[in-house]
Design a protein around this ligand. Structure first.
Ligand code: MN
Length: 209
């Protein structure tokens, strides 16, 4: 049985960038629904059900065809949201006096600087997130050569299924922003940057090496 992790902060901790009501519905209703459907799909497959969700998404070939799409949709939805909550953090925790920008840390910072420069990276990621047609996610991932890539996936598709290591992600489903931003996805994306937990992104990079 997979379970719903609590948010690592209060529902209102991301205000004013992300509002409390959106966070409550997103976590308690949407994320919970992916989890419930994933558990139902795996009921008849205890040997798969006992594996970490990351393992199933990495090795979809080992998932029977009867439940493969359910694992892609609901397993992806479950994992992607688990990650999304972790790579966000309350603004108040990191802001230092005089520090305006929330900047990458550690080795990830060096890699971003080398490949794009932070400004260009942010611009390219934002453009992909805003321009992604329909529901999906924008990602910063590390590939098998350890190189960073920016990409989007449709629906709940997960980069783990393509042999990539997810480091940073942004949910661009309308349910992630519609209550506060309505159709203004670009404004939502802009307000994502102060919330990024770069310390966690660096941890994920180190773990994925
Ligand atoms: Mn979502």
């Amino acid at each position: 049985m997979y379970t719903l992790p609590d948010l690592p902060y209060a529902f209102d901790a991301l205000e004013p960038y992300l509002d409390q009501e959106t966070m409550m519905i997103h976590h308690d209703k949407h994320h919970q629904a992916y989890l419930d459907k994933l558990n139902v799909a795996l009921e008849k497959y205890p040997e798969l059900h006992s594996q970490p969700i990351e393992q199933l998404l990495k090795d979809l070939q080992s998932v029977p065809s009867e439940i493969k799409q359910a694992v892609i949709n609901h397993g992806g939805g479950y994992y992607n949201h688990n990650l999304f909550w972790q790579i966000l953090r309350p603004v108040s925790r990191l802001s230092k006096p005089g520090q305006q920008d929330n900047l990458p840390e550690g080795e990830v910072a060096n890699l971003i600087t080398k490949k794009w420069g932070y400004g260009k990276f942010k611009e390219e990621f934002s453009q992909l997130a805003v321009g992604h047609f329909g529901s999906g996610w924008a990602w910063l991932v590390s590939d098998q050569a350890g190189e960073l890539q920016i990409m989007t996936t449709a629906n709940q598709d997960c980069p783990l299924s393509r042999g990539l290591v997810p480091l940073l992600t942004l949910d661009v489903w309308e349910h992630a922003y519609y209550l506060k931003y309505q159709n203004r996805r670009a404004e939502f994306v802009e307000n994502f940057w102060p919330l990024v937990n770069w310390q966690k992104v660096e941890e994920l990079y180190q773990e994925g090496k």
